[in-house]
Write a protein that binds this ligand. Structure first.
Ligand code: SF4
Ligand code: SF3
Length: 543
């Protein structure tokens, strides 16, 4: 195996023996093969597009498969193998409709087998490292990781009945670019930027899907304590799953809590009305190993980030959608327009004790673009009067490395006339600190999930307009972004496509960026890393 797609890649280089995330070599190799087969599906789907043959099944397959390979989503070798086999069927169906195309057909679009032994053997031969030019590999993987993030957001939107054909078509273009050996650095770089542009579009699509379905997030006080009933803890990012579970648990005596990236569900009007939706339990994903334990009841993982569960609570971990873990019950997909059936997890919850309290009190969130727009006059006045001197975007991911203490320390050390704009699970490093407010505007404005970084971009564009500026980079906004998995990659590429310069990225720069590609990003976009809290506050905020 070789994998370097996330920030925790072993030794800052890549995981070659076992994933730091817990991914086995077998699963890692099968994920490589799933990507290989998915590129083959993209090839045939593109052929179908050229002939005007609609192929929504292939487009859905591409999204599902990319999402399955995202960090901490799916550890289930059997499920991944089934998905590979499904890819063969989809390729065959498309081939039958399109006929043999002119020109060369790539290996990923022809290789198939009915033998699982051959699947496993093949999976060991399709490594990322087959691309020997490190700059080309770096750019191709940057595109792939951006596409994985894009796929995740496209899937959530699709679950709510929203799709964007241009995004679907671009995903194929991006995948096909990675199997095109004639493309050099100069051809791949524009595709990286195009990935970012489509990233903006997919986040806008998901924003529309979420807000049209559940209302605009609004300022909300979220309970951190627990009730007396047994509960189900919901993690991940999928709001459709959350809604269906809320409906199915109403009146059953089972309460609902959010964990990690599901916290922003507490900000949506459509969910707040449910009395048995108690609040948020715990912190960012990596703390699940103790928090799932003390929750006492079953946990539903709607997406990443799943840590391989301990035996002590493994029987209480349910997965659904792209998430999966060998031996954990998986809640099946919706069929024929019906809802998912959560009865198994609900019955399980009824037999469990109520959660053990690990904290009390509340936190405040819900500052997505619509809510911030409602406060715009106040915000603009505060900037004009000098009460707010800087906005610091600290969106992104959290992770388990000690080096991430930097982000809590940085938030605490910021001057009191600065406001943090955040989204994603990075916020757990500082969203419970008593950072106060500026004239009633909280110093931490949480827009929501990582995809709600879109809201931060909309807020920045509105401020640019309010101040009559020509360039988004003239605003008093600095970016200190924490990344972990591939959704943060698409968020980063989206910000670059919007023209945002001088983004600081940490706690370490991606292992998949070669020195030359890093240089390009430094020269063209001013991307940089982080150093110490003191130096960075001086450099980013005070100077
Ligand atoms: Fe390693 Fe990250 Fe890949 Fe897991 S996802 S194998 S931790 S690089
Ligand atoms: Fe977090 Fe996984 Fe990325 Fe959605 S839940 S931000 S790490």
């Amino acid at each position: 195996m070789f994998c370097f797609q996330c920030q925790e890649a072993s030794k800052g280089v890549g995981c070659a023996i076992k994933g730091v995330c817990g991914k086995s070599p077998e699963v890692s190799n099968l994920q490589d093969l799933l990507l290989f087969v998915t590129k083959g599906v993209a090839f045939w789907s593109h052929q179908a597009d050229l002939k005007g043959i609609s192929n929504p099944e292939a487009e859905k397959y591409i999204i599902d498969s990319m999402f399955i390979t995202i960090t901490n989503a799916n550890f289930d070798a059997n499920k991944i193998t089934q998905q590979i086999e499904k890819g063969f069927d989809i390729q065959n169906n498309l081939k039958a409709k399109t006929g043999t195309p002119e020109g060369e057909v790539p290996e990923c679009a022809v290789w198939q087998t009915k033998s699982r032994d051959e699947i496993n053997a093949k999976s060991e031969t399709v490594s990322i490292l087959n691309e020997t030019n490190e700059d080309i590999r770096s750019l191709k993987e940057l595109i792939i990781y951006g596409l994985k993030g894009m796929a995740a957001y496209a899937e959530h939107a699709a679950n709510l009945g929203y799709s964007n054909n241009e995004v679907n078509v671009f995903m194929k273009k991006g995948l096909l670019a990675t199997i095109n050996n004639t493309l050099g650095v100069n051809e791949l770089l524009p595709i990286v930027l195009e990935t970012g542009k489509n990233g903006i579009d997919v986040m806008a699509l998901l924003d529309k899907a979420n807000t049209e379905s559940y209302g605009h997030p609004e300022i909300s006080t979220v309970n951190l304590g627990v009730g007396k009933n047994p509960g189900i803890l919901v993690s991940g990012h999928d709001l459709k799953d959350f809604e269906e579970l809320l409906k199915q648990t109403e009146g059953t005596g089972v309460d609902i809590y959010t964990h990690s990236e599901m916290l922003p569900a507490n900000y949506y009007p459509a969910f707040k009305k449910y009395k048995h939706f108690v609040g948020n339990y715990g912190n960012a994903w990596w703390e699940q190993t103790s928090e799932f334990e003390s929750f006492n009841g079953p946990v539903l993982l709607t997406t990443n980030c799943l840590v391989p569960p301990k035996e002590s609570y493994k029987d209480r971990v349910y997965t659904t959608g792209a998430a999966g873990f060998d031996g954990c019950p998986h809640i099946a997909e919706r069929e024929n327009g019906k809802t998912k059936d959560f009865s198994a997890i609900i019955e399980h919850a009824k037999k469990c004790p109520a959660p053990t309290e690990i904290e009390t009190g509340t936190l405040t969130g819900g500052f997505a673009h619509n809510q911030v727009a409602a406060l715009a006059d106040k915000v603009v006045d505060a900037v004009k009067s000098g009460a707010i001197k800087k906005f610091v975007v600290m969106a992104g991911c959290d992770g388990r490395m000690n080096s991430r203490n930097y982000y809590g320390d940085f938030a605490e050390a910021l001057p009191k006339d600065s406001v943090i704009l955040t989204a994603g699970c990075a916020k757990y490093r500082y969203n419970k600190l008593p950072l106060g407010d500026i004239g009633g505007i909280p110093r931490v404005l949480d827009a929501g999930q990582c995809n709600d970084s879109y809201s931060l971009a909309v807020t920045a564009l509105k401020l640019k307009e309010a101040f009559g500026l020509d360039d988004i980079n003239e605003l008093p906004i600095v970016y200190n972004i924490a990344w972990y998995e591939q959704k943060a990659v698409i968020v980063l590429l989206a910000l670059l496509a919007l023209g945002v310069k001088n983004i600081n990225l940490g706690p370490t720069l991606p292992a998949f960026l070669s020195p030359n590609v890093t240089n390009v990003l430094v020269e063209q976009f001013g991307i940089g890393g982080i150093s110490t809290v003191e130096e960075d506050i001086e450099r980013m905020v005070l100077s």
